[in-house]
Structures are given as C-alpha cells and as structure tokens.
Design a protein around this ligand. Structure first.
Ligand SMILES: Cc1cc2nc3c(=O)[nH]c(=O)nc-3n(C[C@H](O)[C@H](O)[C@H](O)COP(=O)(O)OP(=O)(O)OC[C@H]3O[C@@H](n4cnc5c(N)ncnc54)[C@H](O)[C@@H]3O)c2cc1C
Length: 431
C-alpha cells in the first residue's frame, strides 16, 4: 500500500515559458510552487513562437488550463490548402530554380500542423491560468545553498526562501546552473556557445507582407539561401507576420552577455544581396536592423545537482538554436514529465530524489538531441545552389529532422521515466 505525502515546497526560478508551464503542470498534482522572477512582471522579448505537434500535445497533457491558454492564442496557416503544412520551403535566390516543397504534418488531427503564437500574448495567457499569489516579481536569485535536503535561496533584495526542491527555469544564462556546478569546480558549468549565426527579427502587418510576398504571407514559409534563410509565419490570429532572417556570421565573436547587437539596414540588405527582389524589399520594412547572435548550450552534464534537490528545466538546461522551431516546445515536454513524476511522489508512488533522477535521464537524451539536430537544420536551411546537395535530398533530410521533433511519444517517455524512478533498467535512445 502507498501513502500520500505532503507536497514538497517547490521554488521555480524564472517566469518565462518554462517556469509558467512547469507551474501549470504541478498544480493539478497538488503542488503549489512559488515562482521567483527578476523582472517586474510577466514579460518576454521577441515576437513570435512557432510550435510543432509535439509541443501542442505537451500542452494538452500539462493541464486543461495550459491547453486553454494555447488555444486562445494559436494562429494557424490561413489557407485551407496549407492546414496540413508546417512550412513551405522555397528557393530564396534571385535566380531561383527549385520548386517549392511543403513539409506536411504528422500526429493526431487535433494537433495543428503549424501553430504559432505571439510570444508576449501567450505568456500572458499562461500567467492568467496561475493563482494570483504564486509569483513574486523583482526577485533576482543570487545565492543558493543546500544542506540536509533543504535549499536556502537568497535574492538580490536580501530576502531568503527555503525550499525542498529548487527548479531553475532561468534561461540560457541560468544563475541556478552556475551555482549548481560551481560547487563541483569553477569551470564545470556549461556555458552558452555562439553558433556562428545571427538573426534579424520583425513583426509586420500581414497586409504589407502579402502585398510584397504574395500568397506565402499568411502561411508559413521558409526561404533557403546559400548564406542564410528567412522564415515567415502568421501570428496574432493572422493580423501580423513574424519574420526572422538568419545569416551565417562565423567571423564575429559576440560576448556571452550580448543579447542584441546594433546594425544598419544597409548591412541587413547587403547580407541578402543575391536574393529574390521581393525578399529584399521585405527586409527594408524591418523597423529595426538590430541582430540577435544565436547561442545554444550543448553539454554532457546532468540537469540535476547531486542530492537531487536542485534541477534545471527549459533553456537553463538545454538552450538550442531556433532552426527547428522547437526550443520552447521542449520546455513544455519537460513540464509534462516532471509534473507527472512529482505527482507520483505526492501520491506516494515514488521518491523525490529518484523522480528528479528519472527526469534527468529521459529529458537529457531528448533535449540534447534537439540541440544537435537544430544545428543540422541550420546547415540544411542554407544548402542550395551550385555544388550543394540536390534539393530533394535536402528536403528528405530536413523532413527527417522535423519528424524526429514532432513524432515524440510523451506517454512512452513518461512510462520509461516511471520505470527508471522505480529502479528498472531502461534502454534510452542515443542523443
Ligand atoms: C530568435 C529565437 C527564436 C526562437 N523561436 C522559437 C520558436 O519558434 N519555437 C520554439 O519552440 N522555440 C523558439 N525559440 C526558443 C525559445 O525562445 C526558448 O526555448 C524559450 O523562450 C525558453 O524559455 P525559458 O522560460 O526556458 O527561458 P527564458 O524565456 O529565457 O526565461 C527565463 C526567465 O528567468 C528569469 N530570470 C533569469 N535569471 C533570473 C534570476 N537570477 N532570478 C530570477 N529570475 C531570473 C528571466 O527574467 C526570464 O523571465 C527561439 C529562440 C530564439 C533565440
């Protein structure tokens, strides 16, 4: 017979997509975490986020509240002929020769092939589903000490908090990760790596984009070119188009603390000099030519500190490049697994330390796998032209990467995690 346990005191650091998703995943299991966020409110930089069927399914598994928030914000491709399409891949070169190719959906019919959201709107909707008293703002974690199964958190304002479990959802530059590894050795903490690519981003009115690009505007498209690629997809219920222009820039070395580098429209235009005229025209409408160096954080370290009382979720654990449109989706998958395992602990069906070990085992394989594949996708999105692989072969390889991301069996992963929690040997895929 199993005995239920008092829920652990859980502190979540960071109220981005990962922190809010995780809180929503814990609540149905009777665990009411406290979220500490350094900013003054729920807020996020960036414009659109696109989700594949795996992410949509994860949201439906987290809780009806998360599913509701998602459905309130989601935008699909406008035209019925694109409803089963993720992206239409096009040849972006001025002398384009390749025929457009559509990457089609997989998964249950209720999961949209392509679902995008306005990032800030979506975070606000997720936040609305949380109890009012759950989040503390202007709380920047500075210190963390763990002993005897309890962690004491220290914040920049001098206050402290004691928790049984500390979950770092504090993004790619995670302070929790830094502290977690500093006790092992000063150089043990995984650090963000510049991937040799930058991104320019804009949210533009759909009517404007449609007048320039024609039919691809209200439906997701990816234009391949030899030195970069451009993604366009609808957000805000079709009123706006999110445009990202990614460019290879291995020649620069932005510091890890750099989020945005100023640039000029001349430089942006020069990066796309041999591209189709309508694409170059589109770039002139970017309100800002600031560029975002693209970092990721591949590593072989565990997501859980020794002792199992401090762990990482979302970008804090596995920041990836955006080339497969799947980084945030992974945070929702994390929440499904961790929420259920911690629920098992509360129901007396597992131990806390073993639950977080099991989370680490299954999620590390999946999410480090994404980091690797996302880098591969960047190569494929820029493979076109003389001497490149044939277009059909690039399409085939591209499809394999996306299907790996989408065709994820959350229930199977949870079952494996539960077996690991109970001490069984489970064979996991390789990264
Ligand atoms: C250009 C670009 C485009 C992308 N597009 C997509 C896409 O289309 N689809 C997709 O799935 N993913 C995409 N991603 C990835 C996605 O943005 C991230 O995976 C996701 O936002 C990570 O969420 P997070 O909550 O883990 O981290 P964050 O969003 O970074 O949130 C971390 C939170 O922690 C807080 N915080 C930080 N330090 C502290 C501290 N010391 N104390 C307290 N609080 C703290 C921060 O203020 C912040 O609110 C993209 C990424 C980039 C760079």
């Amino acid at each position: 017979m199993t005995a239920t346990q008092d829920p652990p005191t859980v502190a979540i650091i960071g109220a981005g997509l990962a922190g809010t998703a995780l809180a929503l995943a814990l609540l149905p299991h009777g665990i009411k975490p406290t979220i500490f966020e350094s900013a003054g409110g729920f807020g996020t930089v960036g414009a659109g986020v696109i989700f594949g069927p795996n992410a949509a399914r994860a949201m439906s598994l987290i809780s009806p509240a998360a599913w509701k928030a998602f459905n309130t914000c989601l935008t699909r491709n406008r035209d019925a002929s694109f409803w089963d399409t993720w992206f239409e891949f096009q040849d972006g070169r001025a002398d384009a020769t390749e025929a457009p190719w559509r990457l089609q959906r997989t998964g249950e019919k209720r999961d949209p092939a392509m679902a995008s959201v306005h990032r800030a709107h979506f975070l606000a909707e997720l936040a609305k589903q949380l109890p009012d008293d759950i989040t503390q703002f202007r709380k920047t974690l500075t210190g963390l000490e763990t002993s005897g199964g309890k962690s004491t958190l220290t914040f920049a304002d001098g206050t402290t908090f004691e928790a049984d479990l500390v979950i770092g959802c504090d993004g790619i530059k995670s302070r929790v990760r830094e502290i977690m590894f500093s006790s092992q050795s000063p150089t043990a903490a995984p650090l963000p790596t510049y991937t040799g690519q930058i991104g320019y981003r804009a949210l533009l009115p759909t009517s404007l984009v449609e007048s320039i690009l024609g039919p691809p505007a209200p439906n997701a498209a990816l234009f391949r070119g030899p030195n970069g690629y451009i993604v366009t997809y609808p957000v805000s219920h079709g009123e706006q188009v999110n445009v990202v222009a990614a460019v290879k820039r291995p020649d620069i070395s932005p510091g890890r603390d750099v989020m945005v580098l100023p640039d000029t429209h001349e430089a942006l235009n020069a990066a796309f000099v041999n591209w189709r005229p309508e694409i170059r025209e589109l770039l002139t409408h970017f309100p800002s030519a600031d560029r975002w160096p693209l970092f990721d954080c591949p590593h072989g370290r565990r997501y859980v500190a020794p002792g199992g009382r401090v762990l990482l979720v979302g970008d804090a654990a596995h920041a990836s490049t955006p080339h497969l449109g799947a980084g945030a989706g992974m945070a929702f998958e994390d929440a499904v697994i961790l929420g259920n395992l911690l629920g098992d602990v509360v129901r007396g069906e597992g131990e806390l330390e073993k639950a977080v070990e099991a989370y680490d085992a299954v999620r590390r394989v999946r999410t480090q796998g994404l980091i690797r594949r996302s880098r591969e996708a960047a190569e494929l999105h820029t493979t076109v032209g003389e001497g490149a692989l044939p277009w059909d072969e690039v399409n085939r390889r591209t499809e394999a990467l996306y299907r790996w991301a989408w065709e994820h069996d959350h229930e199977d992963e949870l079952e494996k995690a539960r077996k690991i929690m109970k001490g069984a040997y489970v064979r996991l895929d390789s990264i």
